[in-house]
Structures are given as structure tokens and as C-alpha cells.
Design a protein around this ligand. Structure first.
Ligand code: PA5
Length: 397
């Protein structure tokens, strides 16, 4: 179950003016159209590809030691978010999953290529365009290492390409060499692609149940997502320019990185948008909590809580640790509200595949809706394209 509580501060607000706009947005989303295939989960992945992902991931789990996932932005953050949220803190992964191509760190790439030396390795390169700088450079180096390590035939099991269905250099490489490949559906952009093969293959390789993840999306009460989008919009127009995605379970740290991309790239354009940030509580309360409480009043919070009973008893208090965490969540939200910092509370019953699937779809709907409310295009990123072009121009000089 996913529950929300926006009532603490919204009781006096008039939501009526939003009714017509939300109806229009609901129609836009359900009618489908350009870049909207993510809204219909059945269009994210075909049954055939879902079966292939399960089969290939099983083989990788049985046979390989090192699985390298190359990608950046939407081709990286979703898988990293789900894997970080659902794997135990202290575990020796089999295979070990390493992400690459999300920086231009020479030392990272040099050390990774050395690290591959004696490891049975499979590589999944993910890029819709096939031209993004960071994954292109990482793949160039890692592919060369794979060519040295393995004979041509062997690479047909060890290089897996996730890219555009027809276009680009990676599609050509897959076709020319018979490498296994998956598609990023044409009408789904990077930041909405976690429930396509982009996210599902690495997530399945981590041993996470992707059927349950997809099932969670079907149980989302979409009206709650629209209500949340309206609340954010109201707060924005009251001068709340920063949204802190606040969490009390550190396993959600990459989930909020994914949220930051989802909301930042979807809404931050035409000189508009709420700046998405995150707070890893209770840790960050001891460094930034003072600012949240009494600093420049431009912040509101969206708190993601997990409503589960604790078991770990301690000698200091009558409450188990998880219950103390929940008391902290509630009291901090009260304290912040006292200071005029509103919290949207979003609670899930437990941190598992099903509830994470719910959260993903809930936030995707809210992000796109928020952009429509601001009258900006949710699915382009002209600013990103602008700096990408400048870098490419400079590199070709
Ligand atoms: O949401 C987006 O479109 C971007 O963040 C892309 O995912 C990111 O730039 C990577 O693009 P590509 O998959 O083409 O390498």
C-alpha cells in the first residue's frame, strides 16, 4: 500500500481551480502520444523481451563474476536506485555489479579495466542515442578489453546492448556482430525508462523479482499522484523553490538521485521549475537540519517513509530502532511545519519490489503532471543538448 498525507498544511487551500487542468492532463496521458509510452506499463517491455531478460539474467547469475553496466542519466540511475534499495547492506554479490560510464574519471576507468583482468565478465552497454560522451568512452575502453580477453564467438554471450530499436552506432554493432540486444522503446525517454529493458535487465541480474516490480505499478492510485503534483505546484507558486526528497532509510539514497533527475530534467526549463534536492535523514538533520528549519524559506519536503514495525531492541528506550526512526520522521515533520516548511508524506508498507514499483510509477506520473501544470514540455532537455553540443564541438577541433 502507498499512502499519502498532504493534509497537514493544505486544509485551507482551494484546489478547485486545478480540476479542469488535471482532467485535461489525465486525458493527455491516457490518450498516449509522443514520448508517453511509459504511462502504459505494457508498452515498456514486451512479454517476449521480459522472458528473454529472465533467461539471460539467470545465465549471467550462474556463470559470471562481474557484470558491468555502462550508462548515464536515465540509462543508469533507475537500475542503480532499485538495486541499492533492495539489496542487503552487507553482501557479496554474485555476480558483482559495477556501473561505469557515468563520469569521465580516468582513474575509475583505469582501475576498472585492471579489475576486469581475472574476472569472468559480461557487459551491458545502455544508451538510447548511442552517442552520449561518458558511456561511449567507457564502452570503447571496456569493449577493447573484452576483445583482448575473449574470442569473437564468446563475445556473443558477453556483450549485451540496450539501445534504440533501429538507429545509432550501438544498434549497428549489435546487428553486425550478433550481440544480444534489447530496445529502449522509441516513445520512452531516458528518465522514464527504468521499467523497460534499460532498468529491468541489470535489476534482474541482481536477483530482484522484476515481475513484482512491474506488478506494483498496477496498484498505484493515480489520483494520489495527481494530488501530489497539485500540492507541489501550489507550494511553488507560494515561493517554495526547492523540494527536498527526504528519506529515513539510507537504502533510498539512489532512489532520490533518480528522483532528482526525473523531476529536474522534466520540469526545469523555460526559466521555471522546482529545484529537486534530497536529504538523507537522520544523518543530514545534523548538518543541514538547521537550514531546513530556520534558513531562507524556499524549501518544502517530500518525505518517503517506510511504515514497518521495528524489532531491534536497545537498552536506552522502550522502542525498537525502526520505531524510533518513525518517531523522528513524524516529529521532524511537525517541527519543520512549525517553521513553515511543509512536508508531503508518502508512506509505503515495506521496502520491496512491489512497493518500489508503486513509488516509481507514482513519481513518474507526478513529474510529468507537474511539467504540464507549468506549461513546459516534460520530455525534452534542450539545456542538456546545448552543453553536450559544445563539448562535442570542442572535441572535434
Ligand atoms: O532522460 C534523458 O533523456 C537523459 O538523462 C538520458 O537518459 C541520458 O542523457 C543518457 O542518454 P543515452 O541513453 O542516449 O545515452
Amino acid at each position: 500500500m502507498l499512502r499519502t498525507d498532504f493534509k497537514t498544511y493544505l486544509k485551507d487551500k482551494n484546489l478547485k481551480p486545478y480540476d479542469a487542468k488535471i482532467l485535461e492532463i489525465k486525458n493527455t496521458l491516457s490518450n498516449g502520444g509522443e514520448m508517453l509510452d511509459w504511462y502504459d506499463i505494457n508498452k515498456c517491455i514486451s512479454l517476449n523481451d521480459l522472458a528473454r531478460i529472465k533467461k539471460i539474467s539467470q545465465e549471467i547469475r550462474q556463470n559470471c563474476e562481474l557484470f558491468i553496466v555502462i550508462g548515464i542519466g536515465g540509462s543508469f540511475l533507475g537500475a542503480k536506485a532499485v538495486i541499492t534499495a533492495l539489496k542487503p547492506y552487507f553482501t557479496k554479490d554474485n555476480p558483482e555489479i559495477i556501473f561505469a560510464g557515468n563520469s569521465l574519471s580516468e582513474s575509475y576507468l583505469t582501475e576498472l579495466i585492471d579489475y576486469m583482468e581475472n574476472k569472468d565478465t559480461v557487459v551491458n552497454v545502455i544508451s538510447k542515442s548511442g552517442t552520449t560522451l561518458e558511456p561511449s568512452i567507457a564502452f570503447d575502453l571496456i569493449y577493447n578489453k573484452m576483445l583482448q580477453k575473449y574470442p569473437t564467438e564468446e563475445l556473443k554471450k558477453r556483450i549485451i546492448i540496450t539501445t534504440d530499436p533501429t538507429k545509432g552506432v550501438l544498434r549497428k554493432l549489435a546487428n553486425d556482430n550478433n550481440y544480444p540486444s534489447f530496445i529502449v522503446p522509441e516513445q520512452i525517454g531516458g528518465r522514464y525508462s527504468v521499467l523497460t529493458a534499460v532498468g529491468l535487465l541489470p535489476i534482474a541480474v541482481a536477483g530482484i523479482d522484476i515481475d513484482k516490480l512491474l506488478l506494483g505499478t498496477k496498484e498505484v492510485n493515480k489520483d494520489l499522484a495527481f494530488e501530489y503534483a497539485v500540492n507541489r505546484d501550489i507550494l511553488y507558486h507560494q515561493g517554495k523553490l526547492i523540494e527536498l526528497f527526504t528519506f529515513y532509510e539510507p537504502k533510498l539514497a539512489y532512489f532520490t538521485e533518480w528522483l532528482k533527475q526525473l523531476f529536474g530534467e522534466t520540469q526545469g526549463k523555460d526559466l521555471k521549475g522546482i529545484y529537486p534536492s534530497s536529504s538523507n535523514n537522520t544523518r543530514d538533520l545534523h548538518s543541514l537540519g538547521q537550514f531546513y528549519q530556520e534558513g531562507t524559506p524556499i524549501i518544502f519536503e517530500t518525505v518517503i517513509g517506510i511504515n514497518q514495525k521495528g524489532h531491534l531492541k536497545n537498552n536506552l528506550y522502550d522502542y525498537p530502532v525502526e520505531d524510533i526512526n518513525m518517531i523522528a520522521l513524524k516529529q521532524v515533520a511537525f517541527a519543520h511545519l512549525e517553521a513553515g516548511v511543509e512536508s508531503n508524506i508518502i508512506m509505503i508498507d515495506q521496502l520491496d519490489e512491489f512497493h518500489l514499483g508503486m513509488l516509481i510509477y507514482f513519481f513518474e506520473i507526478a513529474a510529468a503532471t507537474g511539467a504540464y501544470l507549468l506549461s513546459v514540455n516534460p520530455f525534452n532537455q534542450p539545456g542538456v543538448n546545448f552543453y553536450k553540443n559544445l563539448i562535442t564541438k570542442e572535441l572535434k577541433k
